[in-house]
Design a protein around this ligand. Structure first.
Ligand code: PEP
Ligand code: MG
Length: 549
C-alpha cells in the first residue's frame, strides 16, 4: 500500500480497481525508409477505416453530445484527403506510414488552427485521429480511455475532452491524474459527474514502493490523497449530490440572490448553458473571434460572431469580456515582439493602451451585437491593475453606448484597490485562475504548482473577502468567473465572502445552484469565516465540510 498526495479538485471518497488511460504516443520516426513504398502506403487506408469503424461502434452505444463527438471524429478518420496526402508522403518522401500520417494530420491541424474560431477547436480532434491511426499501424495500444466494463478508478497522465466523451458515469468512480491542475479538464469533468478527483499526483503512474503495479486505489477528493494497493480493492462509489431539485433560481435557502451564470466562448457553449439552466452569462471569452486571423476582423464580422453567441440569451444578462490576448496568446495581425516574461507582459487590456482602436472596434461590435441579439449586455476588461485603467475602459465603453461596465480582478493590485475601482465601474468579476497565479507567483499551467493554484488557499480567499466587502460597501456586484466558481462546495463560501454571482462551465451549473440552495446566507458566512482562518487549503476544505454538513 502506498499513499500519494496531490490536489483534491472534486469532493468525496471512492475506491475501486484501477483502469489506466494509455499515454499519448511518441512522435513516429521518419526513418528508416520503407523498402516497398507501394506496400507501405497501402497500410494507411485500412488503418484509418479500422479507427473509423471503432469510433462508429462506440457512437452507436451512446446519444447526445457524446454521439456527435464520436461520429465527427470517425468522419475525420475516414477523410480521403487525409489518407491520400499521407499515402503521397510515403511515395514522394519515402516516409514510413506512421510518420506520413503524423505529418499529413499535422498539416490539417495547422490549417484548422489558422482558420480560427470553431475550426481551431477541431485541431485537437485531428491529433486524436492521427494518434489512433498511428496506433493501428504500429500495432500498439491506442491513446485514450480503454473500454471500462466494471466500476473503476481512472488513472491518467491527464484527460482531454475527446478521451471522456462517452465515459459512463456509473462505471467511473473517481479520477486521478499525474498532471493537470484545478482548472484542468479533469477537474471540470469530475465536478460535473459529481465524482471525487485528485490531480497533480506525482508518481501515480510509476510503480509503487512494493514493486508490484497497483491494482486498486482509494481516492479522497477532500484530502487530495490516493492510496494505491496491490491487492484487490472493492468498488465503493462516493455519494453523488442530488441536483435535480434545483429550481433554476440562484439563491441561498433564505432567498439571498447569488446569480448562477455560465462561461461561454461559442454559440455551442451558449446553447449548452441555456439547457443547463444558467441564468445568464458571466464571462463570454471573445478571443475565439480573433484566433488565427491574419487581419483584424472588421466591426461587421465581429458583430455577427458575437450576436450568434449572445442570441440564446435574449432578454438575459450577458457579460462580454473584451479581448484577453497578448503575451502567451499573440495575435497574428499584431507585431507585439517577444517578451521575456509573457504572463507579466503586455496582455489583456494592456494591449489596448497602445492600440485603443482595437478595443474601440470591439466595443462598437459588441454594442451592435447587443442590439441584434436582444441580450442584456455588459462589458468588462481583463487584466486591469489600477483604478485609472478601469476608468479609462469605462469611459470608452460608455462612449459607445454600453451602459453597464465592469472589470476583471485578476491582478493582486486590483484586488487591493477594489474600493477605488468600484467607484469607476458598475461591477467587478474575480478571475480566480489568474488571481491565484499572480498571488502565489505560480504559473497556472504548471502541474507541479497546482497546490498553490488551489482556489481553497486561504490567502486567495482573504483577497476575495476584501473585494466582497468593497462591493457590499457601495452595493455593487462582485462576481467570480474563474474555475473556483464551479466547485459546489466552495460556492457557499464565496457567497459568504460577499460574492453576488458565480459564472462557470455549463456542466457545473446545476450542482452549484443546488449547493447554494442548501443553506441560509448566515451559515455560508460562518463557513467563510472558518475557511478564512484555516491554515491551509486542505484545512479550509475540511472546516467547510464540517460547517455545512
Ligand atoms: C481567470 O483568470 O480566472 C479567468 C476567468 O480568465 P481566463 O481563465 O480566461 O484567463
Ligand atoms: Mg484570466
Amino acid at each position: 500500500m502506498s499513499r500519494l498526495t496531490g490536489v483534491g479538485v472534486s469532493s468525496g471518497r471512492a475506491a475501486g480497481p484501477i483502469v489506466r488511460v494509455a499515454d499519448p504516443l511518441p512522435e513516429p520516426a521518419a526513418t528508416p525508409a520503407p523498402a516497398d513504398l507501394v506496400a507501405e502506403a497501402a497500410r494507411i487506408s485500412p488503418a484509418a477505416d479500422a479507427v473509423a469503424q471503432g469510433l462508429f461502434q462506440r457512437a452507436a452505444k451512446v446519444g447526445g453530445d457524446a454521439k456527435a463527438v464520436l461520429e465527427t471524429t470517425a468522419a475525420m478518420a475516414m477523410d480521403p484527403a487525409l489518407t491520400s496526402q499521407a499515402e503521397q508522403l510515403v511515395s514522394t518522401r519515402s516516409l514510413p506510414a506512421a510518420r506520413a500520417v503524423f505529418e499529413a494530420a499535422n498539416g490539417f491541424a495547422d490549417a484548422l488552427r489558422a482558420a480560427g474560431g470553431y475550426m481551431a477547436e477541431r485541431a485537437r480532434d485531428v491529433h486524436d485521429v492521427r494518434d489512433r491511426i498511428i496506433a493501428v499501424i504500429e500495432g500498439v495500444t491506442p491513446p485514450g480511455v480503454p473500454e471500462i466494463t466494471a466500476p473503476s478508478v481512472l488513472v491518467a497522465r491527464d484527460l482531454a475532452p475527446a478521451d471522456t466523451a462517452d465515459l459512463d458515469p456509473e462505471l467511473v468512480l473517481a479520477l486521478v491524474t499525474e498532471e493537470g491542475g484545478p482548472t484542468s479538464h479533469t477537474a471540470i469533468l469530475a465536478r460535473a459527474l459529481g465524482i471525487p478527483a485528485v490531480v497533480a499526483v506525482r508518481g501515480v503512474l510509476g510503480v509503487p514502493a512494493s514493486g508490484v503495479p497497483a491494482s486498486g486505489a482509494t481516492v479522497d477528493g477532500d484530502e487530495g490523497t490516493v492510496e494505491l494497493s496491490d491487492v484487490e480493492v472493492a468498488a465503493r462509489a462516493a455519494e453523488r449530490p442530488e441536483h435535480a431539485d434545483w429550481d433554476g433560481v440562484g439563491q441561498t435557502s433564505d432567498g439571498a440572490p447569488v446569480k448562477v451564470l455560465a462561461n461561454v466562448g461559442s454559440a455551442t457553449d451558449s446553447t449548452a448553458a441555456v439547457e443547463a439552466g444558467a441564468q445568464g452569462v458571466g464571462l463570454f471569452r471573445t478571443e475565439f473571434c480573433y484566433l488565427g486571423a491574419d487581419v483584424e476582423p472588421d466591426v461587421a464580422t465581429q458583430r455577427a460572431a458575437y450576436a450568434e453567441v449572445l442570441a440564446p440569451f435574449a432578454g438575459k444578462p450577458v457579460v462580454v469580456r473584451t479581448l484577453d490576448a497578448g503575451a502567451d496568446k499573440p495575435l497574428a495581425f499584431l507585431d507585439m515582439g517577444v517578451e521575456p516574461n509573457p504572463a507579466l507582459g503586455v496582455r489583456g487590456l494592456r494591449v489596448a493602451f497602445d492600440r485603443p482602436d482595437l478595443v474601440d472596434t470591439q466595443l462598437e461590435a459588441i454594442a451592435g451585437a447587443a442590439q441584434d441579439s436582444g441580450a442584456e449586455v455588459s462589458v468588462m476588461a481583463p487584466m486591469v491593475a489600477t483604478a485609472d485603467e478601469a476608468a479609462w475602459f469605462a469611459e470608452r465603453a460608455r462612449a459607445r453606448g454600453i451602459d453597464r461596465v465592469g472589470v476583471m480582478i485578476e491582478v493582486p493590485a486590483a484586488a487591493l484597490s477594489a474600493a477605488e475601482i468600484l467607484q469607476a465601474v458598475d461591477f467587478v468579476s474575480i478571475g480566480t485562475n489568474d488571481l491565484a497565479q499572480y498571488v502565489f507567483a505560480a504559473d497556472r499551467m504548471a502541474g507541479a504548482l497546482a497546490g498553490l493554484n488551489d482556489p481553497w488557499q486561504p490567502a486567495l480567499l482573504r483577497l476575495i473577502a476584501m473585494i466582497g466587502q468593497a462591493g457590499r460597501h457601495v452595493d455593487k456586484s462582485v462576481g467570480v468567473c474563474g474555475e473556483a466558481a464551479s466547485d459546489p462546495h466552495l460556492a457557499g463560501v464565496l457567497a459568504g465572502l460577499g460574492v453576488t454571482s458565480l459564472s462557470m462551465n455549463a456542466s457545473a451549473v446545476r450542482a452549484v445552484g443546488a449547493a447554494l440552495a442548501q443553506h441560509p446566507l448566515g451559515t455560508f458566512r460562518k463557513a467563510a469565516e472558518a475557511a478564512l482562518e484555516a491554515p491551509s487549503a486542505a484545512a479550509a476544505r475540511q472546516t467547510t465540510k464540517t460547517t455545512l454538513a
